[in-house]
Design a protein around this ligand. Structure first.
Ligand SMILES: Nc1nc2c(ncn2[C@@H]2O[C@H](COP(=O)(O)OP(=O)(O)O)[C@@H](O)[C@H]2O)c(=O)[nH]1
Ligand SMILES: [Mg+2]
Length: 326
């Protein structure tokens, strides 16, 4: 059974709505990517060196990242040799298959939240300004509230004007409590938030922070301080530190991931605004170059527009319009 049949079977069991969200969110990337691949296949009947070069360009333009692309092409060439593939049209399905392999890399990918069994689960959100931290917190709170979890939002971004109000708005929209304090430093707000969460038996605490990467030492000190406060009130917390990255910033997002990884322990990535880019290949590049799994993807601005990242749905979303000869 080919990989497309495998995906098709898989999705018959899925709710249509769920898959639609990926479809819509990946539309821009898919249009670029699959139409280019289809054209490439038409242009080159037979696989040759020029074919590979053009394929390389297409992948790099989709923001898959140069190193990842080079590895990918090498693997593809190996397979072409081993499996005696001559025609470009036979390669399409293998390209999809190899995308999958590059992401999975024989690892078991954990994209579930590491819930705390004895007390509130603390999730810290970090990332530079404007990437979608506050929005993601709102969306995730909405999902968790639907699962009947008692969720507290903590307004730890005390720097940006309007940041607290924005979180309060989200709290109203998704019907979750928000802890905030005006004119306080982040550590003090977080302290109060976690005390409240313990006292009042919250299941999950989502902590918003300010994202200032202009000065690495400052940010590192600030995150250290925040982590110390959190760990003091709830041992082993934070249970997750999610780095939020804006997919539309392309390779810049990769360097943000590398910088944050150097200063704090990132347990997962949220890739936002996938709906706003034709460069959705960044998902593969992040995993390949930073080694941190993408746990959630943002596929729009509404409360329903966050999804647990699913590599199969993602790849299906990218390639479903690609005609593969049976
Ligand atoms: N299209 C789209 N917009 C998003 C997504 N996530 C966030 N945004 C928008 O990005 C902007 C910045 O988001 P915000 O949460 O304030 O970023 P923060 O500074 O990191 O907290 C807002 O206008 C959001 O509506 C997404 O997945 N898709
Ligand atoms: Mg914010």
């Amino acid at each position: 059974m080919g990989i497309f049949d495998k995906f098709k079977n898989l999705f018959q069991k899925e709710e249509k709505e769920e898959l639609n969200r990926y479809d819509i969110g990946l539309e821009k990337t898919r249009k670029e990517f699959t139409s280019k691949l289809n054209l490439l296949t038409l242009k080159y009947n037979r696989i040759n060196e020029e074919y590979y070069e053009e394929l390389e360009d297409i992948l790099i333009q989709a923001d898959i990242g140069v190193n990842t692309v080079i590895r990918f092409i090498d693997r593809l060439k190996d397979r072409v040799k081993k499996e005696n593939i001559l025609n470009a049209s036979d390669l399409k399905e293998i390209i999809v298959d190899e995308m999958f392999i590059i992401y999975v890399q024989n690892q078991i990918i954990v994209n579930k939240i590491n819930y705390n069994k004895d007390g509130p689960t603390v999730i810290l959100f970090v990332g530079v300004n404007g990437v979608g931290k506050t929005t993601t917190i709102g969306k995730l709170a909405y999902q968790m509230a639907l699962q009947e979890k008692k969720v507290l939002l903590v307004a730890g971004d005390t720097f940006r004007a309007g940041a607290v109000e924005q979180l309060i708005e989200w709290g109203k929209r998704v019907n979750c409590d928000v802890l905030y304090k005006l004119d306080a430093d982040p550590a003090s707000v977080i302290y109060d938030g976690l005390e409240k969460a313990k006292r009042e038996d919250y299941d999950v605490v989502l902590i918003d922070t300010a994202g200032r990467l202009q000065n690495k030492t400052n940010l590192m000190n600030e995150l250290d301080k925040i982590n110390k406060v959190i760990g003091k009130i709830i041992p082993n917390a934070p249970h997750e530190t999610l780095l939020v990255i804006d997919a539309t910033t392309g390779q810049n997002g990769i360097s943000q991931a590398k910088s944050f990884q150097e200063i704090t322990n990132i347990t997962g990535i949220v890739l936002t605004k996938l709906d706003g880019t034709a460069k959705g290949g960044i998902v593969l590049a992040i995993k390949d170059s930073v080694g941190i799994p993408v746990k959630y993807v943002g596929l729009g601005e509404q409360k329903e527009d966050l999804r647990v990242f699913d590599i199969e749905k993602y790849i299906y979303g990218l390639f479903k319009e690609m005609d593969v000869e049976k």
